[in-house]
Design a binder for this molecule. Structure first.
Ligand code: HAM
Length: 464
């Protein structure tokens, strides 16, 4: 038998395939029986995103890109790893992220590097490094990607998770803050997640100084000082504002009577904050003034905000998003003085909310047609038809690797297709094909050459 004849002979190919497939399987069995093969699992706090979860990802991605485009934000990506110093300097040497949670190490060149614990420092670096101050301001960017924090894993808290960030550089006015809050709010609202915006102003470095004196005095009071957690005792000397961010129960109750920063705002900071709130009132956003919201990062000034799921008593621990103004960071990181503000939204927490609330996902990926074949020649014909359908934009699926019609139709059922097209040897010789309506089970013979037009007509006649 010539080689070309052998390839035309499906029995020969089938037998060859069996031999090829059998070999590695037998070897694998041998390994499993005779050696203890180590099975690896993922690192703690890190997740695999499996097929089903991607349905949520697609919905979120779509909403994120659609909103960013609507408000004029352009996509940007930065490396997942940067110099450790970048984060120490920008996120803040006393922040939890830098002191406790960073994945940092010395690389093979001896450089101290870190996996990004948040996106903002890298985005600020990119703004400076690429001379974006030469572009028309404000520069509006959005970013979607993974961040890493060596935190204690629990529900909704992971060591690798993803964020959607929007940052606006070069705009000092309160309309910038208000519009960002509106976008973050719309993101959740349009995904049918009810949220409340928590908002506060932490003033500028001038008015904050006055406030910090009052705050330190309040906590230095002996009865209060004795009750503080160990971390907060340190915070009192290193970064007193952080005391208001402590999640320890005793510290949370101690802050109830603490002085409020809004009472210490200078005229210009107060004016800015009032205007932000007026814009929010105008757009009907559901917000709550939280006088103790300070956020856990050092770079913020004036407006700070968080997005909490509505009606969740644990909301403070599991905010869906957060952000604020950081007017001094660009200059602090070596750039020109550039006002800025932005926010970050946790993707995994958003997905958890969608699942928790059973919010139905729109099925954009619904398959309409399944191609089922009986035998080698029909399979070859349907492979061509599949390409033709796919290129015409029809949503079509197949299982050409299986011979059994039963298995193929089970797959068609699982996919919930509207029609299956079945091609056997007889139909192929007659130049016909069967259209099976999967709901009614009714089958009809149609001309194979006209099947594409026929199926398009039927799909168009369906109620959408
Ligand atoms: P952040 O509050 O640290 O802000 O994080 C933003 C969001 O990321 C949180 O509201 C939460 O949804 C999510 N998130 C934080 N930690 C975890 C975790 N361990 N597991 C799962 N999700 C988490 C920032 O990162 C700032 N850079 C935001 C910003 C941008 N500010 C100005 N521009």
């Amino acid at each position: 038998m010539e080689l070309s004849d052998k390839f035309a002979d499906s029995d020969y190919i089938n037998n060859m395939n069996k031999k090829i497939i059998k070999k590695p399987a037998a070897k694998e069995d041998f390994q499993r029986k005779n050696k203890k093969v180590k099975v690896y699992s993922r690192l703690r706090g890190m997740r695999d995103t499996l097929f089903d979860e991607y349905r949520y990802w697609e919905v979120i991605n779509k909403k994120a890109t659609e909103l960013a485009a609507a408000y004029g934000y352009k996509r940007i990506e930065t490396p997942v790893m940067e110099k450790l110093e970048l984060y120490e300097r920008s996120s803040g040497k006393t922040s939890d992220i830098v002191t406790k949670e960073m994945y940092s190490f010395v690389d093979k060149s001896g450089d101290k590097v870190a996996l990004r614990p948040e996106a903002t420092p890298g985005l600020v670096r990119a703004y400076i490094e690429h001379g974006m101050f030469n572009l028309p301001q404000p520069v509006k960017m959005y970013w979607l990607g993974p961040v890493f924090r060596h935190d204690k894993p629990q529900a909704g808290r992971f060591r690798q998770f993803n964020q959607y960030n929007l940052e606006m550089f070069g705009e000092a006015g309160p309309v910038g803050d208000a519009q960002l809050i509106l976008i973050a709010y719309n993101f959740f609202k349009e995904l049918q997640i009810d949220v409340q915006v928590q908002i506060n102003s932490i003033g500028c470095k001038d008015c904050r100084k006055d406030y910090l004196d009052k705050l330190v005095k309040y906590y230095k009071d002996k009865t209060r000082h004795n009750k503080l957690c160990l971390d907060c005792k340190k915070r009192l000397t290193k970064n007193p504002l952080r005391l208001l961010d402590c999640k320890e129960e005793k510290c949370v109750s101690l802050k109830t009577d603490a002085p409020q920063i809004v009472d210490s705002l200078c005229e210009s900071c107060r004016d800015h904050f009032v205007k932000v709130l007026e814009y929010l009132d105008e757009t009907g956003i559901n917000y709550n003034l939280d006088p103790f919201l300070v956020r856990g990062l050092d770079y913020y000034n004036r407006t700070v905000f968080e997005i909490w799921p509505e009606g969740d008593s644990e909301a403070r621990q599991s905010s869906l998003g957060g952000g604020g103004r950081y007017d001094e960071l660009v200059e602090f990181m070596g750039g020109r003085p550039t006002p800025a503000c932005g926010f970050g939204i946790g993707i995994e927490r958003t997905i958890l909310k969608i699942k928790e609330k059973n919010i139905p996902l729109k099925q954009d990926d619904q398959i309409d047609i399944f191609l089922a074949q009986l035998g080698e020649a029909p399979r070859r014909k349907l492979m061509v038809l599949f390409e033709e359908f796919r290129k015409a934009g029809l949503k079509v699926a197949q299982l050409f690797t299986k011979d059994s019609l039963k298995i193929q139709l089970e797959e068609a059922n699982r996919l919930g297709v509207k029609f299956s097209l079945i091609l056997g040897q007889k139909e192929l010789s007659d130049g016909t094909i069967l259209i099976r309506d999967m709901e009614s089970g009714v089958q009809e013979v149609v001309d194979l050459n006209k099947v594409k037009g026929e199926i398009e007509k039927r799909l168009n006649n369906q109620v959408k």
